[in-house]
Ligand binder design. Structure first.
Ligand SMILES: Nc1ncnc2c1ncn2[C@@H]1O[C@H](COP(=O)(O)OP(=O)(O)O)[C@@H](O)[C@H]1O
Ligand SMILES: [Mg+2]
Length: 496
């Protein structure tokens, strides 16, 4: 057998369909999460500052290097012009550890003589003697001494090549540049860190109202707007200050919420009016209907004297006015339940209600089989006994009127956790699948109820009343139905 389809009816103000939760707003780590605006702003600004800082330090360092080299070269050229090379090799022609040396070498074999080599090793002298003319200072790595800027001038004097070499060490330039580069690196790092923290604090502070705005929007989207009076939350005044961009969004948002709340209030008002109208109309219809019923009943005694068609018409008037009275009573009850639960709540024993309702149903439906399944101990709920009785009566009446003779109807009562559960099962033909999903809605009836007996008052409001009453008690009504297996289940919170 296939699984019976189940349709739950939620109580008004009861459980809410869970909304898709957004990201948690407000906390900084979340705001910095991948892809958020604040994260992008912070990362991009920091990156920009880093690029600018690195480029600036590179340009500055290059400039300083060039100036240093120029100064060194100028000193070398002017000193070389003034100074005669010493014969002591690495003397001190410039006052601070430069070299000025004249090397005499014979032929091209590399054999040489000097006018005194001083501190310069033979290998260094050989290297220097091999140098070509260098008029514009150039960097040469002199053996054992390191990098020097040198100018070289060669002369030939009766077969003896005379090489005059002047040089200044690059050590000072290297030292200055090292200090400069370390400084530049530290400054770059400091500016990147500063930019990161400064931008982060500004961005976070200015986006915080946006997060609060998002939280408000989230709260609004979680509201149940479809019924009743609704109070819509607003963005706080300090977040709706039009002097900032975010504040303008907040202000626009509040205006929108004003609009929404206004519209909802108007809707609520017209709903209340409509409900009041239905209640008033039903109430006003009661008296004339009672008169019609009374008069048509009066004609019963003398009906035999009337012609056949008039007799039929009068009996139709009687039965239809009966049906209409039931309809009006049902409408009035629904209108009252709509405008607020207004129940007469007392501690109620459900066993008693069920026993009474089933014995009444037994009298009304002698061709059905009525069964009862009750627990030994009483099942008590805080409920309006009169309305709950009506719920059970409506369900039993359906089991009687929408099923053929011989149908078994089992009414049972049990406890399930905090619920008192009343279920009414019948093995009748079941509810048509096209009607099933909306069976608790007002005026839902199967197209042609094959088993409805003539004289039975079908309004299509019975189950709507069941749902409204059960909902007003904070309970749930549901149905599962396939041919041969129909169960209505009503859950009411147990009394504690
Ligand atoms: N036990 C049942 N078996 C078959 N059909 C049912 C049963 N209970 C309700 N229905 C269907 O649901 C419809 C709505 O029921 P209800 O709201 O009580 O209206 P009414 O009984 O006045 O027609 C009924 O018209 C009937 O078609
Ligand atoms: Mg009914």
């Amino acid at each position: 057998m296939s699984q019976p389809a189940t349709h739950l009816v939620k109580p008004p103000g009861g459980e809410v369909v869970p909304h898709r939760r957004g990201r948690a707003y407000g906390a900084f780590p979340d705001a910095m999460a991948r892809g958020t605006l604040s994260r992008q702003l912070v990362l991009r600004t920091t990156l920009l500052v880093a690029i600018v800082a690195i480029v600036l330090s590179a340009i500055t360092s290059l400039g300083i290097y060039q100036i240093q080299m120029q100064q060194l070269d100028q000193r070398l050229i002017s000193s070389a012009g003034r100074t005669q090379p010493t014969s002591t090799g690495r003397g001190d022609p410039f006052g601070f550890g430069g070299i000025g040396v004249r090397i005499y070498s014979k032929g091209t074999t590399g054999a040489y003589e000097t006018a005194g080599t001083g501190d310069l090793s033979d290998e260094a002298l050989a290297q220097l003697a091999a140098l070509p003319d260098i008029t514009a200072p150039a960097t040469v790595h002199i053996k054992d001494l390191g990098a020097y800027r040198v100018v070289v001038h060669t002369d030939s004097n009766s077969g003896v090549k005379v090489t005059s070499v002047f040089g200044l060490p690059l050590t000072e330039v290297v030292n200055t540049m090292t200090r400069q580069l370390i400084m530049a690196a530290l400054l770059t790092l400091a500016s990147i860190l500063l930019a990161f923290f400064a931008v982060r604090s500004v961005v976070v502070r200015s986006l915080r109202p946006l997060n609060r705005l998002a939280a408000t929007a989230q709260a609004v989207s979680n509201l149940e707007l479809d019924r009743g009076e609704v109070t819509v939350p607003r963005v706080a005044a300090e977040d709706a200050n039009p002097t900032s961009e975010v504040g303008r969004v907040g202000q626009a948002f509040n205006h929108m919420l004003d609009n929404v709340e206004g519209a909802l209030a108007v809707r609520q008002q017209s709903e209340t009016k409509l409900r009041q109208f239905v209640a008033d109309a039903s109430h006003e219809l009661r008296n004339p209907l009672a008169s019609i019923r009374g008069y048509s009943e009066l004609t019963r005694r003398s009906r035999d004297e009337l012609p056949e068609p008039t007799q039929h018409a009068l009996s139709r008037i009687e039965s239809e006015s009966d049906r209409m009275s039931t309809l009006v009573e049902d409408l009035l009850l629904l209108a009252r339940l709509d405008s607020g639960p207004n129940l007469d709540i007392t501690r109620t024993d459900l066993t008693e209600i069920i026993v009474n309702a089933v014995s009444d149903a037994q009298v009304a439906g002698r061709d059905h089989l009525w069964r009862l399944s009750l627990p030994d101990e009483p099942v008590e709920a805080m409920a309006d006994s009169h309305r709950l009785h009506q719920v059970v009566v409506n369900l039993l009446a359906n089991a009687r009127t929408h099923t053929p003779a011989g149908t078994e109807v089992t009414t049972s009562l049990s406890r399930e956790g905090q619920w008192a559960v009343v279920s009414i099962h019948d093995n009748g033909p079941g509810i048509a699948p096209e009607v099933l999903p909306t069976v608790f809605e007002r005026f839902t009836r199967a197209e042609a109820s094959r088993y409805r007996k003539s004289g039975e008052k079908s309004t299509g409001l019975g189950l709507a009343i069941v749902q409204a009453v059960v909902g007003a008690h904070g309970g749930m009504a549901s149905v599962a139905s396939v041919p041969g297996d129909t169960t209505f289940t009503v859950r009411i919170p147990l009394a504690d």
